[in-house]
Design a protein around this ligand. Structure first.
Ligand code: KG4
Ligand code: ZN
Length: 347
């Protein structure tokens, strides 16, 4: 058994967890959403300062909640990429300091590998290969998960991420930040067939469409045009119908590509991760279509869909148990492809 204390500060959640292999011993998540809400989105400098202010309390609480002492911890990990540079630096520096003080190995973890590992927190008996549908605020990808640290990106968005589309559409409907949860709630009372919106196909030079890549920026623009037209005609905005139609379009687009990808690559399981994995429309639609194709769909528990440190700890325990550790000179990266994960380790 390998036990790791992990820190996640890549965006607007300050999170610390202690994880023993795939078992969560403690998980502290403090969201900065109430602070960023007034600006309509995350302000990077404010995020860094807020992480700095509460990181020590979060570490102390995670230790207390786990009822463990430092003698029982085998390593210290932090998200080092991708994310907001100033925010990442707070968590990474705290983790390095703890590793030096307590003489433990240190590991930098790729945030998206963490989202993939969130699957194991509720499904400890699942193992690769499987297809990961990663849908967060910053990323939307279809990833062939072959092994710890071994990933191939098979499909992705060419522009906006799914979560970003939810946030942008919520902003233009004046629903506040973050957009996903509020659109999800409104969509429950709306008619998903009320408006026909574009699913964002990518044309191929030789004709036809890319089977796994997509685009969400056209969808966002289509919602904007729809709202402008309704307003021009002095019609009251049918917000719930717009939310439901928009959500249905995203759920169908993601489902179609994920199912095609899993079938083509003969992968029997699709594990969904990232904040948009919490979406009820996507959950329902993907499950229903997958059943027809005899595919297994795994969603993490809601609290491990959005950013948390337990998923980072879970990835770190796997790397550490394989002898992977990071040098203390490791820096942070605002962008880093998942295919470069193994560059974070000396092994
Ligand atoms: O994974 P995450 O916490 O952060 C990133 O790594 O980006 O994802 C945050 C994103 C936000 O865009 C938020 O609007 C979206 O996840 N989100 C949702 C839902 N809950 C959060 N989107 C759709 N439906 C939800 N229920
Ligand atoms: Zn995330």
């Amino acid at each position: 058994m390998t036990t790791v204390l992990a820190i996640e500060t890549s965006c607007d959640e300050t999170a610390v967890a202690i994880v023993k292999n795939r078992q969560v011993c403690s998980s502290v998540i403090t969201s900065q959403i109430p602070i960023h809400k007034q600006y309509g989105g995350v302000v990077p400098e404010v995020a860094s300062r807020q992480h700095l202010e509460i990181i020590n309390q979060a570490i102390a609480k995670a230790m207390d909640d786990s009822l463990m002492n430092w003698g029982q911890i085998d390593g210290v990990a932090a998200t080092c990429a991708p994310g907001l540079v100033g925010a990442l630096l707070v968590g990474l520096t705290a983790a390095k300091t703890l590793a030096v003080v307590h003489e433990k190995p240190f590991l930098g973890v790729h945030h998206l590998e963490g989202h993939i590992y969130a699957t194991y927190l509720a499904q400890p008996n699942v193992d690769p290969p499987f297809l990961s549908l990663l849908v967060s605020g910053g990323h939307t990808s279809l990833i062939y998960v072959k092994d710890c640290g071994n990933y191939e990106t098979l499909g992705e968005t060419r522009d906006d991420a799914a979560g970003e589309a939810f946030d942008k559409v919520a902003r233009l409907l004046k629903l506040g930040y973050p957009g996903g949860p509020v659109i999800d709630k409104l969509a429950q009372t709306g008619d998903p067939q009320a408006f026909v919106l574009p699913e964002g196909k990518i044309s191929l030079p030789g004709g036809g469409y890319h089977p796994y890549d997509g685009s969400f920026s056209g969808l966002k623009t289509a919602v904007l045009r729809l709202v402008q037209n309704l307003e021009k005609n002095h019609q009251e905005l049918p917000i719930a119908d717009i939310a439901a139609s928009f959500q249905e379009t995203i759920a169908k687009a993601l489902t179609k590509r994920a199912i095609a990808c899993a079938c083509d690559y003969e992968l029997k399981t699709i594990a969904v991760g990232g904040g948009v994995a919490a979406n009820s429309g996507l959950r329902k639609h993907l499950q229903a279509v997958a059943q027809k194709h005899n595919l297994q769909i795994l969603f993490p528990p809601l609290k491990f869909c959005t950013d948390n440190a337990a998923m980072i700890g879970c990835a770190a325990t796997d790397h550490l148990s394989r002898g992977h550790t990071s040098p203390l000179t490791l820096g942070v990266h605002s962008r880093l492809p998942l295919t470069k994960v193994m560059e974070l380790y000396q092994h």
